[in-house]
Design a binder for this molecule. Structure first.
Ligand SMILES: O=P(O)(O)O[C@@H]1C[C@H](O)[C@@H](CO)O1
Ligand code: GUN
Length: 325
């Protein structure tokens, strides 16, 4: 599934961004999207259950992924398969393009396909990318419903050979060894807290944290949850990091907002089966083990519940963006 590069792959097809493919994609966009919306300043990626973000776009034009060469289909419930171009924010608004539905490696998509829309955003001039996702809380201080402004990530797949930037460089002007110690724009993160203040958001509704990327599609075992927490992650999810890397390579400023949709089940202590049996044999009452399980339905329901808050926050951040230089 990962894009491991073999010597038989040509540089142009190893990362799915051959210049001919990109030219074809851009041609289709040019035919469908009105000229005034063709070069959006901001790109938005809508996470699970968060496609409603695009409902506030004005003069919006939808382009179905099936019409766009290089785009695959999103197969996950809660993700649509279209790009929305339009204006967002108050006043005249800012031209944005929103991905209504993203691609995840666990769907069987190659990493090059997962990040191709970000490459397209780069090609049409997107400067700032706002990436949203649904995530599970590892940090017990994060309540369900909190929006986490991501300031760092831990990506075990990246460290073990599943990195979207593996392979021949798609553009010789891009750095071969991309530094990502500052991947998450400090100024955009600050804007989110200013926006939250202007919206009179409750202080607890917004937090900062580190996102752990896992491949999915399984959710975490308790031991995996403990492991990621011990490593310093606050939330965990199955997307976002490949998009962040591609966006940084394209030179975009990156903002990531994770909506905590569930708590990752990390029991404080392991309930020993031996002790339980010994208690039963002794004829004593045993405390029932509570079987909590996360489900994608729960994730989507939370997305629906908090969608409006995420929408207002993103729109306010757009209003606060400094004028383009
Ligand atoms: O696309 P995102 O990261 O928002 O979706 C999360 C991760 C999985 O795709 C899904 C699991 O419920 O939600
Ligand atoms: N890996 C992972 N992804 C999620 N997306 C939403 N919730 C979760 C979770 O608990 N774990």
């Amino acid at each position: 599934m990962a894009d491991f590069i073999t010597t038989s792959q040509k540089p142009s097809d190893s990362r799915g961004s051959s210049s001919t493919l990109m030219t074809e994609t851009l041609q289709v966009l040019k035919e469908i999207v009105p000229p005034e919306l063709q070069n959006p300043r901001v790109g938005i990626i809508c996470g699970s259950g968060l496609s409603g973000l695009a409902a506030s776009l004005r003069q919006s034009v939808l382009v179905q992924y099936e019409k766009l060469p290089g785009f695959v289909q999103s197969t996950v419930p809660g993700h649509k398969s279209a790009l929305a171009f339009g204006l967002m924010g108050s006043g005249a608004g800012i031209p944005v393009v929103a991905m209504l539905g993203r691609f995840h490696p666990y769907e069987g998509h190659k990493l090059s396909s997962v990040v191709y829309p970000v490459r397209v955003m780069g090609a049409i001039g997107v400067k700032d990318i706002f990436i949203t996702n649904a995530a599970g809380a590892l940090n017990p201080a994060l309540a369900v419903g909190t929006i986490v402004v991501v300031h760092d990530h831990i990506a075990l797949p990246n460290l073990t050979g599943m990195n979207p930037l593996l392979g021949p460089q798609i553009d010789p002007s891009f750095p071969r060894f991309l530094p990502i110690s500052d991947a998450y724009s400090r100024s955009l993160r600050k804007l989110v807290f200013h926006a939250a203040h202007q919206l009179s958001m409750n202080r607890d509704a917004l937090a900062e944290g580190t996102y752990a990327w896992v491949s999915g599609p399984t959710y975490e075992t308790p031991a995996e949850g403990r492991f990621l927490r011990a490593a310093g992650a606050d939330v965990v999810g199955m997307s976002t990091v490949p998009e962040v890397l591609a966006a940084r390579e394209e030179g975009m400023n990156v903002l990531v907002l994770s909506l905590v949709t569930n708590a990752v089940v990390i029991p404080a202590s392991y309930k020993s089966v031996r002790e339980e049996v010994e208690t039963e044999i002794a004829g004593n009452l045993i405390e029932p083990v509570i079987d909590e399980k996360v489900s994608h339905e729960e994730v989507l329901a939370l997305g629906k519940m908090k969608g409006d808050l995420m929408k207002s926050l993103v729109a306010k951040v757009l209003d606060l963006l400094p004028p383009p230089v």
